[in-house]
Design a protein around this ligand. Structure first.
Ligand code: ZN
Length: 467
């Protein structure tokens, strides 16, 4: 794998990290109480117990990781960046009421708003150890500018790896859907926009910083034709497919009324189960739905905080894992999960799944860490490149500080990371390059991003109020 990385002058420069605990999240869950990681260029050259090998050439940086845990970078599998500028609204609503309350505002977004919101969403996640982010963007008002380009630009500015799921909606109220007529695209326009995004930005090479996926929004906002044609387009182009599925009882009822079957059967009938598909939520799944996901290799983006915020229910993650379903974690949009963090979702996933299964070991700390790293990499189709600390994989890793007030009395580092408070990030590398140092972003200024996002949120509120 390393041999296919792009050779450049930096490729032989080495960063050595020593004296830290390491959770590799490899297939055997290998851990080292005290170990080292050597990064050469953009890949991992060595990982193991004790100090790094001696005699390494071109070491540009040597880091003492005492008191820290090194893990793979976190991978977020579901988000809606634009919602960063509509946080804290419709706070006591269920999914359908919440959507209906927010659609009119969302239909007013434009390119500068989406850019500011994407920067805010990405900065918040990156500061908490996310090294690969994905976004599901499905609101494309006419004349709004280049929204796809705005998101790709923001990811490059913050410095994280990015999968943009180019979403779409074409079933509005007049066709029995939930969104108002002014908030949707035509079927043809949605497919054309998706194809353009793929042709312009999708890079399938090893170490790629941008992937594009085809991503119609949800059964109650898209036509059957868009689902079918979207799947055909994605498979013709060789990109992944993403959508929302089985989020609420209301959605299940909608599918039975309109299509005469539940969401999973409907997705299967339209070509939307498969190894190249991942779906957000999957809360209301019966045994046969879980079996269908396992049989087809369909992935799940588990979003525990959002599901709790909207009272959607608790996904059966322990049963999914037992059946062999690939599962990753998702923040979901920050209009339904205002914190916008992924590292705290490790803990939330663990707690909520124990409640859901009524079982104290339903999800362990190590399983939670795996969901947030390797599980996410698998769901995004990148398990050969990221998601675990292994020789030849990309150098996307996080050094968590665990010797401070929040964690110093918890002996086991993985327990400290998952059960404890949100851990400070001393260093986060993407492609071997620092994105976070000393709990601060290195490429962008957090205060500037916060100010810009606030200004754009206020502009959106004014535009929406003006009708
Ligand atoms: Zn979502």
């Amino acid at each position: 794998m390393a041999a296919s990385a792009t050779p450049d002058s930096a490729s032989t420069q080495r960063i050595v990290i020593e004296n830290c605990a390491i959770a590799t999240v490899d297939a055997d869950d290998t851990e080292y109480a005290t170990g080292h990681v050597v990064v050469a260029g953009n890949t991992i050259e060595s990982v193991g117990a004790g100090p790094a090998p001696t005699g390494l050439a071109n070491v540009v940086r040597r880091i003492d990781g005492t008191g820290h845990l090194a893990t793979p970078g976190l991978v977020n599998t579901h988000h809606h960046f634009y919602q960063w500028i509509t946080r804290g609204l419709a706070t006591d609503h269920n999914l359908f009421n919440w959507l209906v309350a927010l659609y009119p505002t969302w239909a007013r977004i434009d390119e500068p708003m989406v850019h500011a919101a994407a920067q805010g969403s990405l900065a918040m996640m990156a500061r908490g150890g996310v090294t690969t982010a994905s976004d599901h963007h499905y609101v494309f008002p006419r004349g709004a500018g280049d929204l796809v380009g705005a998101e790709v630009r923001a990811a490059a500015e913050v410095g994280v790896r990015f999968t943009l799921a180019r979403g779409s909606m074409d079933r509005s109220e007049k066709d029995g859907g939930l969104p108002p007529d002014f908030a949707v695209e035509t079927t043809e326009g949605a497919l054309l926009g998706t194809e353009e995004a793929i042709d312009r930005y999708h890079d399938a090479s090893f170490g790629s910083m941008v992937h594009i996926a085809a991503a119609p929004c949800s059964p109650f906002s898209i036509s059957t034709e868009l689902l079918r044609e979207g799947a055909a387009l994605a498979r013709r182009k060789g990109v992944r497919m993403h959508t929302h599925g089985s989020e609420t009882v209301e959605e299940e009822k909608f599918c039975h009324e309109l299509f005469g079957m539940g969401p999973t059967d409907y997705f299967e009938s339209t070509g939307w189960l498969g190894e190249d598909v991942w779906m957000a939520h999957c809360v209301h799944m019966n045994d046969s739905d879980i079996e269908a996901f396992a049989r087809t290799g369909t992935g799940v983006a588990h979003c525990p905080s959002s599901n709790a915020r909207l009272a959607a229910g608790i996904a059966r993650v322990p049963d999914m894992l037992k059946a062999g379903v690939p599962v990753g974690l998702g923040v979901d949009g920050t209009a339904s999960n205002e914190s916008g963090e992924l590292h705290t979702e490790l803990r939330n996933a663990l707690l909520i799944n124990r409640l859901g299964a009524h079982r104290e070991s339903a999800l362990t700390a190590r399983q939670a860490l795996r969901l947030g790293t390797y599980g996410g990499a698998r769901v995004l189709g990148r398990a050969d490149e990221i998601g675990s600390l292994e020789v030849g994989k990309l150098a996307d890793l996080v050094l968590w500080k665990l010797d401070g007030l929040g964690h110093s009395t918890i002996a086991d580092p993985v327990t400290a990371l998952v059960f404890g408070a949100a851990a400070p990030v001393t260093l986060s590398l993407v492609n071997g390059r620092p994105v976070v140092e000393g709990n601060h972003l290195t490429r962008v200024d957090e205060d500037t991003i916060a100010r810009n996002a606030r200004a754009e949120a206020q502009r959106l509120a004014r535009t929406a109020a003006a009708g």
